[in-house]
Design a protein around this ligand. Sequence first.
Ligand SMILES: [Fe+2]
Length: 200
Amino acid sequence: MRRSIIFAFLLGPVVSRLSADVGVSAGPVEGGPVYPKDRFNGGGAREAPWSTTIADPSEAGEKLTLTGTVFDKENQPRQGVTVYAYHTDRRGLYRYRPWSPPQLRGWTRTDAQGRYEFHTIKPAPYPWGGTAAHVHMTLALPDKIEWWVPGLCFAGDPLLSDRLIDQESKKGLFASIQPLQPQSDGTLRCVRDLRIPSDW
Ligand SMILES: [Fe+2]
């Protein structure tokens, strides 16, 4: 009994982190606090432009603009929300060293229209398979702990489960599965709106 308690205490954060990281295959991360010492975290609220660059021009991969609007619980655009995103590279790797954050990550802070925008590249699924390509995202406010929102996946990914597709199909721009829209300049665009979580 005592041994099991100690075991749970030691493994709890690990299991929590893993469930957040691979949750997109088993279902979206439904939300929850980001542990401050989590090496994947965004560090909470911070100043940032509403539009920012994650992947510089030398990064290999299809150029992607990920954008959307953050709404409050009254469905009004919310200014001043820090949106943090990180994802894998073209090979499906985070390229992080032990105890270091993923390489492809960035922050925005929503403008007066509640807008956020990331310029990056299309991530690939993990090379070991089983999990759809995804972008992890958190929200933060100066007076709130950083909070996970469901990871963003892309429509048409064969690794998405039918259950998740069905679950997200009626959520419109708030869904965690959104289409990659080819643009005339050869880049991709993905629009995903976010709502301040009710339990935050
Ligand atoms: Fe991940």
